[in-house]
Design a protein around this ligand. Sequence first.
Ligand code: SF4
Ligand code: SF4
Length: 66
Amino acid sequence: MSFLITDKCTACDACRTACPVKAVSKDEPIFSIDSAICNDCSDVVGGPRCLPVCPEAGAIIHLPTA
Ligand code: SF4
Ligand code: SF4
């Protein structure tokens, strides 16, 4: 939906394993989030799982919805 991985990603793999719906792919050189699969973690309590596990500031951003 509205999360995006930027070029600040260091491909550490933390977000991929944290994502409950397997929306994160191990692309080169950075990872990517499939917007068709990501549901913003709206189905789970506690908010997005990928954001708090990412060690790189700005590597995962939440795009504003139109
Ligand atoms: S917001 Fe949730 S569903 Fe979307 S990529 Fe992050 S962990 Fe996966
Ligand atoms: S947790 Fe952050 S740095 Fe690690 S692969 Fe995901 S976006 Fe990249």
